[in-house]
Ligand binder design. Sequence first.
Ligand code: FES
Length: 176
Amino acid sequence: MAEDKKLGRNKKDSNDDMINLVDNLNRDDDVKYNRRAFLKSTVGASVAIGLATLPFSVLALNSKKDDSNRVFVANLSDVPKDSSMNFTYPTKDDPAILVHTKQGELKAYNNKCTHLQCPVFYEKEESVLLCPCHKGYFSLDNGHPLAGPPQRELPLIELQVKDGAIFAVGRKIRHE
Ligand code: FES
């Protein structure tokens, strides 16, 4: 009788042990599965994001490349001192202004005002670039805003003069 009781208790204990063991195995499987699923989904998401942004990266590389195109702007003889002319750079959709200053320097900027995109003009009397929309003033020397609403510089266009011809050779956007 005592033997049976002892045996009964042991059977119960061993049954409980088996149930616990199976539970633990299942729990280990769950953890393993969850960890694997998490890693898979994380790697998958990273790859998906990388592939999704690839066209933008290529576009950005191309636009940088476009900015360093060498484009004929004008013959120097066609832009006398203290005058300006409009052109486009680096694409036909990027209006720009070339100024031949009173001192004989050549300066060029994209001429969309950095406030609300109105075109800026060469203002001879004060030797500045003026946006007439809200009276924004930019330095002719460096394109920095001097007065009025604009807060950012005009994109600077780098120039080269060769054999009497002026070329745009690059663009520097100082603020996005
Ligand atoms: S658009 Fe040029 S100052 Fe406003």
